[in-house]
Write a protein that binds this ligand. Sequence first.
Ligand SMILES: Cc1cc2nc3c(=O)[nH]c(=O)nc-3n(C[C@H](O)[C@H](O)[C@H](O)COP(=O)(O)OP(=O)(O)OC[C@H]3O[C@@H](n4cnc5c(N)ncnc54)[C@H](O)[C@@H]3O)c2cc1C
Length: 596
Amino acid sequence: MSPLNACGRAFFALALGLHRWASCTMVTNDTGIAAGKTFDYIIAGAGLSGLTVGNKLSGKGYSVLIIEAGPDASWNPEVFDAEGRMFGSKTCNWQYPAYGDDGKLLPWKIDSGACIGGSTSINGMVWYRPTKAELDKIETLGNPGWNWDNLEPYMVAAERNIPPDATQIAQGAGSSPDVHGHNGFINTSFPTPLRIPGAVDLYKEALPLVFPGLAVGGDLSNRTSVSSASTMYTIWYDTVTGKNRRSSAADGYLWAPNQQRAKLTVLATHVVDKVLFGQGITATGVSFLPANGSTPSSKTFKAYAAKGVILSAGSLASAPVLERSGVGKPSVLKSAGITRLVDLPGVGANVNDQPGTAAYALVSAAYQNDTSIIDNRSLFAPEISLINIDELWPLTAGSFILDIASQKGLRSRAQALVDAGAAVNIFGAGAVLNASIDLITTHRRKLALSIFHLHGGYKATYLILLAVPIVEFLAESGSSTLYAAFWPLVPLSRGHVHINSSNPLDHPIIVPRLLEDPFDAAVAVAAARASRAVFASAPFEDIVANAYYDPPIGPNGTDAEYLAWYRKSMFGASHWVGATTMMPRHLGGVVDHQLR
Ligand SMILES: Cc1cc2nc3c(=O)[nH]c(=O)nc-3n(C[C@H](O)[C@H](O)[C@H](O)COP(=O)(O)OP(=O)(O)OC[C@H]3O[C@@H](n4cnc5c(N)ncnc54)[C@H](O)[C@@H]3O)c2cc1C
């Protein structure tokens, strides 16, 4: 039975009398399934967005073609086994090169999913909700309707939460049913068994000592009262194999037996080259080619869309498709020899990821074989903390706020982004920066709400966390070490991605410009210092032999030393956004609030 053909599986199921699989989704490598054909919708990229939209549209009866550059890797344990993927694996991974402003290659590669399921086939599977403030902020950038109230129902619809069992609860896991969906397609749960419960206990004790005010709780999706918790993932525990399995977008929306669609076709191992345009710059289809081709022009095919073309090739690949189609910044199109159809200079700008690194403490010999401390399992980050500005700098947050909130500072930051090609104009750069700065500074206070019930004399105090975090702090164990990985969550730095040639098989030129903004650098250094303080704190006294093991920068290390190490060791945290920004055009936006 071909691993590629869901229909083949369905016919097999039919032979066994399982009639509900009769309307099956076609997944194939066969160019002929799409070449010269017309569908209602054509979608570029079978990742998180493409599969979700393809599932919904075909479920409404539209014929949909999704073209995916990578293969079907559902058979591969690195993809389906939640603990099967090794760090730095090349399976289902574009491993895009990254460049500095000077055009030189950076020493790290960019992970990004390159198979059906996209990045959800290789990602860290961490699941928790954003804050209301963050989602509401999207609306203020000229995007009516994009707010918490409208988006929350989709979060509910997507999720099928599996609550923790008694053992997991005893070890610190918890689930608040009202912040989860329960009947959706993506399974979310704690791993079975939980990882390093002994170390996680210590982390839960130590973290609030270093970040005063941090609220350790059971469920990190509960963003109004919890800011540190054991990690929930997009996984489910398979009692037959005894393994935690990845609940990717493909698992939930493509492979699931009850999600088969006669009207959905997925063409794998084919790259979308261009969007084809008809009169009035209306998208009429796409050109595409086999992913392993070396001479694209001789092997390009076309497919046609009666109702629309949807680009969902990810933050780093959708903008290049637009540019190859003649939509983008004139200078980029010109140097790639592409005829310009639409002057849209925001294409490829405003690219943003979080700059991450990790610091290690050596575990003392007596605990090296204690699997409650070091387990050598690969489900990343068993305890996650979301640190706000007052917790990161309990005494000096005010001075940082004064600095980033000043109008003069905003202007020079915005100008720096324009000068670096990361923003189209100072107004757009200012709007984007201002949105982030407002989240960091205005939404920083915790609000204690007291409710006094007059007649019964009952009084309760609720702590409502309004603070938007600025650092994600992941507590882990490694080989012979405990370690923390961390990154600024709301970076002000921005980069860009553009094509280098008209060849769709060439990688784009990605210039991340991580840590270029001094505020990001200050946050990064403070997070790094705090990580050392965690391992030097009293709860770890017996367990840690050397809190300053790697990097070997001692307690008196200078900010300059920490920053130099951070820059040398950092990588993108794989949470790329931007490049086809949803914002009004005069601010440098690429699509409007209806994603057109
Ligand atoms: C290593 C890693 C760890 C992560 N960890 C987490 C985490 O723990 N929690 C979390 O919430 N998020 C995490 N993320 C981020 C999350 O997975 C992404 O934000 C999300 O998958 C993005 O969805 P997307 O549809 O935009 O892109 P993707 O899911 O990446 O899908 C894009 C698809 O388009 C395809 N494609 C690209 N170019 C073309 C082309 N020209 N033609 C046809 N197809 C093309 C790609 O092969 C890919 O399949 C992680 C990401 C990575 C890479």
